[in-house]
Design a protein around this ligand. Structure first.
Ligand SMILES: [Zn+2]
Length: 300
């Protein structure tokens, strides 16, 4: 990579402090095999990938069929299992989380909608849906189902304001974090909710696998959030956290991928054991492998 494709942050994206220390060196196990550093802010402890590919240069790190939600036609046990879980568990669970806050339904924007399974599910249950998906191949499938989908967040403005905006594992990929949160705020109704799912760096499976923890996923994951940093980021951007929900299935999936990054092959039994350990601990301390943050805006 040449210098124009790489950028180094001079300030912590959460608190603005300018001094960091190296936290861990890891690598892109799934695509480029390149090394990346994750630094820790000396003031708030927030962990982020630094240096990182610039926004204009990141797309080459996404060109892989490993990004399963965009590639429904993949064969093998993992994609089959993934599909089964999606159809029978994940979609209903996500809808339940949203409808417990918004029982009267309304307008939903799903950011990073992939091929649109969640949008289709929500539409079937009475929601008026719009999607954001930068990958052209995936968004084509959304359009085939007659659903409006755009490449950039601001293009959804004609459909705004939204009652719910969902971002399932999206925020950790966003270069301009504060700019993005401001755009989201404009699109959200005064009494609407944001649903932000991100990996949790405090999870037990993160400690178990260290540099091989699959949810580090550098350089695609620019940030490695702990609950305290989400809270701080939201406060600094005039949002407030209403509720946090654990995603226990992620501990198994992430442990399985992590076992492969560490040993070269998927260790199903070990991953099941580690995933279960992580979830057992999380029953006490709420540090699930991934968390959903339910957020509303502070209206001035
Ligand atoms: Zn900081």
């Amino acid at each position: 990579m040449n210098n124009s494709q790489i950028e180094e942050l001079a300030a912590c994206p959460v608190c603005g402090h300018a001094a960091f220390s190296l936290w861990i060196r890891t690598k892109d196990f799934s695509i480029s095999q390149e090394d990346f550093d994750i630094v820790s802010c000396k003031k708030c402890g927030f962990k982020f990938t630094n240096p990182r590919p610039a926004e204009s240069a990141i797309s080459r790190y996404y060109d892989s069929s490993n990004y399963i939600s965009h590639h429904d036609e993949k064969r093998g046990l993992m994609p089959l299992l993934y599909k089964w879980i999606r159809e029978h568990i994940t979609l209903k669970q996500k809808r339940k989380w949203i409808e417990q806050m918004l029982p009267h339904k309304g307008k939903l924007l799903d950011v990073g909608c992939g091929t649109g399974h969640f949008l289709l599910h929500m539409q079937k249950h009475g929601w008026e849906v719009t999607g954001i998906e930068p990958a052209a191949e995936a968004s084509k499938k959304v359009k085939e189902n007659g659903i409006q989908v755009y490449s950039h967040l601001e293009e959804a403005a004609p459909h705004a304001p939204f009652d719910a905006i969902s971002m399932w594992h999206v925020l950790e990929h966003v270069h301009d974090l504060k700019g993005y949160l401001q755009k989201l705020k404009k699109l959200l109704k005064p009494d609407g909710y944001l649903f932000i799912a991100v990996p949790n760096i405090n999870a037990y499976d993160a400690q178990l696998y260290g540099a091989h923890w699959a949810a580090l996923d550098v350089p695609r994951h620019l940030y490695h959030f702990a609950p305290s940093h989400i809270r701080l980021l939201l406060e600094n951007n005039k949002f407030q956290l209403q509720k946090t929900i654990g995603m226990p299935l992620d501990a198994y999936y992430i442990s399985l991928l992590s076992s492969e990054y560490r040993s070269g092959r998927k260790k199903w039994i070990q991953a099941f054991y580690h995933g279960s350990l992580s979830n057992l601990r999380a029953l006490k301390d709420k540090n699930y492998s991934s968390l959903v943050y339910i957020v509303n805006k502070i209206n001035q």
